[in-house]
Structures are given as C-alpha cells and as structure tokens.
Design a protein around this ligand. Sequence first.
Ligand SMILES: Cc1cc2nc3c(=O)[nH]c(=O)nc-3n(C[C@H](O)[C@H](O)[C@H](O)COP(=O)(O)OP(=O)(O)OC[C@H]3O[C@@H](n4cnc5c(N)ncnc54)[C@H](O)[C@@H]3O)c2cc1C
Length: 550
Amino acid sequence: MARPILLAVDDDVSVLEAVVQDLRRQYGAEYRIMRAASGQAALDTLAQVKPRQEPVALIVSDQRMPGMTGVDFLERSREIYPEARRVLLTAYADTEAAIQAINSARINYYLNKPWDPPEEKLYPVLNDLLEDWKAGFKPPFEGLRVIGSRWSLQDHQLRSFLSRNHVPYRWMDIAANEEAAKLLVEKNLKPEQLPAVLFPDGTTMPGAEPDALAARVGLRTQATQEFYDITVIGAGPAGLAAAVYGASEGLKTLVIEPDAPGGQAGSSSRIENYLGFPSGVTGADLGRRAHVQATRFGAEFLTQRAVGLRVDGQYRFVKLADGREVSSHVVLLASGVQYRRLTIPGAENLTGCGIYYGAALVEAASCRDEEVYVVGGANSAGQAALHFAKFARTVTMLVRGPGLTATMSKYLIDEIERTSNIVVATGTQVITAEGNGHLEGLCLKGPKGEFKVRANSLFVFIGAEPGVDWLPPSILRDEKGFVLAGPDLRRDGKMPESWKETREPFLLETSVPGVFVAGDLRHGSIKRVASAVGEGSIAVQFAHQYLAGF
Ligand SMILES: Cc1cc2nc3c(=O)[nH]c(=O)nc-3n(C[C@H](O)[C@H](O)[C@H](O)COP(=O)(O)OP(=O)(O)OC[C@H]3O[C@@H](n4cnc5c(N)ncnc54)[C@H](O)[C@@H]3O)c2cc1C
C-alpha cells in the first residue's frame, strides 16, 4: 500500500516550508508529506490521488489565503476525503473564527502560529489525531476490482479466469453492491460495458475478457524464442507432466494454455486417489506445484489458446488466438476434453446465468443458503456436490440411473451419505430450464412423473467431449472426436494412406509425424489424473526418439 498522505497547505512559502519540514522530521518514515500553495491547488491534489486510492490521513491548512480561506478549503476537502483529520493554522487574532469553524466546518483542531517547539505544541496534537485516524482506517483493497453481474456469462468466465490464475480481485455485484454503482458513475462506465475491471492505478477495462486481461495482470502471452523443440498444447496433468520431463531433459519446451495450469483437475475440489497424496490434493494445488516445477526446469508458459496447426517440412506451426504462430519440431496435443452441454430447452440462453458446466467453484459463495442442483452421477458430480454442500442450504443431485454405485467411487458415495444437506434424486432428469435473465426454475422428470422446482443454480456434469474443431483434418480422430494414435491408427490392419513414413508410428504419435497426443484427448485413454500424467511423461520419450531420427 502507498504511504498515507499528510498534506500541508499555505500560500506563504516560508511558513509552508516550515510545516513541511516539521512534518517530515517526525512522520516522514511512515507518511508521505505533500504540499500545496493554495486551497484550489490542494483540492486538485486530493482529486488526483483519490482515483489511485491513496489514503490521506491529515490535512493542515493555513486560514488566511487568497482565493479560498482555510476553513472553506477544509470544508470542501471533506467531500473528497471525509475521513482525513483536518487542522487549521491560525494567527492569534483569528482564534475566535477558528473555534466557530470547528463546529461549522467539522475541523478537528486548530493551532496557533507559530507552533515552536513542535515537540510541545504540534506533535502531541497530530499524534493524537493520527492515532485516531489509524484506528478507523481500512486499507484500500490493492488488487483488481471487477464490477459485473452474477447473472452474466462473461462475468462468470472472467472471475473463473482470475481465480484460477490466483490473481487477487474483489468482485462487486452491480445488483447488490451500492459502492459498485457509485464507482460506475465515477469511472464513466455504462452498464452495458460490464464486466469492467478497475486496476489499482486508476485505469479501467470496460467489457473485459480473459484473453485481453491476461497481459495486464502479468501473464505471459508472447513467446520469447522463435523456435522450440516441443510445443505442448494444454497444461492439464498430461501437458504439465510433459513440460516437467521435457524441460528437465533439456528440450526447449513451450506450453500453451489459455487458463490456469491444472486442466480439468484444476476445477475438481479434491483428488483423493492420486498416488502420494494420502489426504487428497486439490486440482488447483497440483496444477500450481507442477507449473512451478516445470518453470524451474526452464519450460515456458504462454496464456494463449491454440486455434490452428500446420506442418511445413520438419516444422510444426501452432497458430495462437491472437494471430501469432509458434514453431517447433514436435507438438504434443494435451488439450483434454470439455463438458458436454445440456440440450434441453432453455439451457443455452441461461448458460453462465445460473447454468454452469463443471465445478464453477467461483460461484460457490454466491450460492450461500440457496437450493443448488447438480446433474450427473459420476465422480466429478459427487465432488462438486460435496463442495457446494458447504455453502448451499441443500444440494440435490439429479441422477438418471437407479443409483450411484455403477458410476461413482465408493469413498465419494460414503461421504455423500454422511452429508445431511445432499439429496440424491435417482431416476430423475431435467426436462427444461426456465428463467428471465437468469435461471429461476427447472422442470424435472422423476419416477412419479414431471414436477417443477425453483432453482437459481444448476451445475452440469454429464460427460465430456474433445474440443478439436481447431485441428486440421489430417489429424485423424474417432467418431466421437478423440484423437487416434499409434496402433489405433490402423484400420483393418492398414495404416492410413496419409502416413508416408517407412517406420511404424510411435505409441502416442498421431497420423501426422511429430505430432503426439496424451491424456483424455487420446482415443481409448483412461480418464484419470495418473494416466494423463503417465502419458504426458512417456510422450517426451517418443519425442526424443522422433528427434533422434533427424
Ligand atoms: C470435476 C472433476 C473431478 C475429477 N476427479 C478426478 C479424481 O479424483 N481422480 C482422477 O484420477 N481423475 C479425476 N478427474 C479426471 C481428470 O481430471 C482428467 O482425467 C485429467 O485432468 C485429464 O488430464 P489432461 O491433461 O488430459 O486434460 P485436461 O485436464 O482436460 O487439461 C487440458 C487442458 O488443455 C487446455 N486446452 C483446451 N483447449 C486448448 C487449446 N485450444 N489451446 C490450449 N490449451 C487448451 C484446457 O484449458 C486444459 O487446461 C476429474 C475430472 C473432473 C472434471
């Protein structure tokens, strides 16, 4: 935090200098001493430091100044810094006027000039006022402020991005926070420009989106080198493992990831079955640790999304969302899967406005004391239900099948049974979602027929599918979009015609030589953190063998 300001105001240069010197000598280590030669100049100074949220603790002003008297200035300064302590410097002849001003202008104290020796006549008074100011002072929040609406998809995406990247921010819901409305006016922002980000330096970003915000919050978006040995796409468990092994074994490694490292596991509240973590580890923590480890070995991370891939001889070019390209000999596809969307009426319009895909942990606090619905019966739905049960009044799990045993790990089923505010509604599915601007109700179909419930939040976990639209057709996939690799490339015992190499593909190599795949994105993969980590690690061995053939 910037040091709080003590402001001295006097039109007489020698008196002003004397005040400043005395203040600096006693308070210079803890406070910033500023000066102004008139009431108007002092008001301008206050108006300048206010948007930067710099605290002003004390204002000392002379009374007799041309243009604006000390009393008038101190009264007006209250509009800008109401909590600053205000002291009037007066000549003996003005004492009566000063006493009256204590009431009319709410001045905290007046001092007669001269104040020598300051140890007796100045500091005891100011110490007292400053102690008083400190007791009521709340340091301003130093991180970003996000003004938005709970019921906005863009707002939800922005907050998820900041949370997952561990960027401190304060969220101000325009519908529930009076200060947010005031700030909007102060910053000249219009409601249609939400979500807006307010930076500590006083600048703003209206209509903020994660990609644009990444560079402003210190995340790297541009590669430092022209060429890498291996480009890893996705920093989930598979990509992070590849980054750790690749970089530690001397490969120049670049990782492309639009979100925080951790992947799907990053949104999972607690992974309890990953080797070596007997009391579980949050996905975010695992991601953070692996990120630090890979960076320590020299891997470079870019906060970017891959949107294209092309091959030119021995070079593979990955196109990034901002239009730039990065090149390498080897590419590892480790971009995992995305949640499958609900296709019921109403779901599309209400996405991000009450309907969320995945754990959406950032919404947990907003669901306090509400009824929360979770769709799905697999481990991810169970983990989310347990997490939301800490905030919500009740969590209802909507499970299509007859129970959880066929789809969920036993340790999670046991924990759900022990949690009194989780209800498991089996044989039940969502038929429609309703709401004006945000989710307000659901129509459900259970064993006894259709019925309606009021609902503000629905979290959906109905399986996942690969997001591979950006890959060229030369990367062969199965009918569901999962990428084929190694022996799975053979159809009826034959390699595809596009495969021109005289050698067999490596185990995790796709139909394009030098492009590998690991983790959930691979056809036939086991959807587990450990298997993704295993595949990411061994992909690096195949990359070495591929590079050795040059
Ligand atoms: C809620 C939940 C709970 C789970 N719990 C467990 C558990 O307890 N134990 C367990 O073993 N497994 C669990 N899993 C499964 C496990 O998380 C996955 O199997 C694992 O994360 C797969 O790792 P991955 O690296 O292949 O892909 P992902 O984890 O999906 O990571 C892929 C990464 O690629 C990024 N990406 C996507 N597209 C692009 C692009 N175009 N450009 C750049 N980057 C891109 C994504 O942002 C993402 O970070 C859980 C999954 C979920 C969703």
